[in-house]
Design a protein around this ligand. Structure first.
Ligand SMILES: [Fe+2]
Length: 282
């Protein structure tokens, strides 16, 4: 599905990824466009989206091997519309290879000429295919622990433990969250969509390892894919987090030949760090 980028008062970029190199078209309608409301795309092959051998061979407990992988041949389409009017609504339809997707967006208001803008900021979606089944640990801060008036969480053998399980975190038995990560992100997205934001800011750690393509597939599935089309109508403004500097199970960025066999973080062949290093998952 298409996703918006570079939102401005008078321009907007509309992008999408396809499996074929066929150009697509975008028809945009709204004020100030004239004849420029229709543009074609010039697809560009994205070699960095090719899966590495480690990604193709990855096993994830609870999922059929490879069932999360998408096409291994991808093209990016990016079309920018200029000359839009500030604070106005526009409708667009992307057509490519017989498929269409329609959505709408609003341009940013002109500086000083706005009454309110609704921004939703969040972070740490940290998507990965493993998040479809994994219930992450419900960490209790080792620094702050319980406050004086806190009710203690259920412990080992509790109904919570029986239903959702426990793990060990920083040497302490720790409950797991009741939802898997994918379900939890979808629940948050429902609230975000219901709030009808003008802009969504993501303050880092979008994926569980930026050099790990299946994690990006998972993110786009949530914001412009099978789970929602939020990013088709609301621009996302991301920032870099610490997980954007990790290549996850690849041990390095880029293609197979770029892989650094000397890189031990995270350990080769394993998607997430273990033991003490898990503290850096946050
Ligand atoms: Fe994080």
């Amino acid at each position: 599905m298409p996703y918006l980028q570079a939102p401005a008062a008078t321009s907007m970029s509309i992008n999408w990824i396809s499996e074929t190199d066929e150009p697509g078209t975008i028809s945009l309608s709204g004020p100030g466009l004239g004849k420029s409301g229709k543009q074609s795309s010039a697809p560009q092959y994205l070699d960095l989206m090719e899966y590495t051998r480690a990604e193709l061979d990855q096993q994830i407990e609870g999922l059929e091997q490879g069932s999360w992988l998408k096409s291994n041949s991808n093209y990016k389409h990016s079309v920018t519309f200029q000359g839009l009017l500030p604070g106005k609504s526009y409708n667009y339809t992307v057509t490519q290879s017989g498929e269409t997707h329609s959505a709408a967006f609003k341009t940013a208001p002109k500086g000083g000429a706005w009454k309110n803008v609704r921004i939703i900021a969040f972070s740490d979606s940290e998507t990965e295919p493993r998040g479809r089944t994994e219930h992450r640990e419900w960490e209790l801060s080792p620094v702050n622990g319980y406050t004086a008036d806190s009710i203690q969480r259920p412990g080992a053998g509790s109904k919570w433990d029986q239903q959702f399980g426990m793990t060990t975190r920083n040497g302490e038995p720790t409950l797991r969250y009741p939802l898997d990560q994918s379900t939890a992100f979808n629940e948050n997205l429902k609230h975000i969509e219901a709030a009808d934001p003008d802009l969504v800011m993501m303050a880092g750690d979008l994926t569980q390892g930026s050099g790990y393509q299946p994690a990006w597939d998972e993110l786009f599935g949530h914001v412009a894919g099978e789970h929602s089309d939020l990013a088709s109508s609301v621009p996302l403004l991301p920032a870099l987090g610490n997980w954007e500097t990790y290549a996850a199970l690849n041990g390095g960025y880029g293609t197979e030949t770029d892989l650094d066999p000397g890189s031990h973080f995270p350990p080769a062949g394993f998607g997430i760090p273990v033991g003490k290093d898990r503290a850096t998952r946050l």
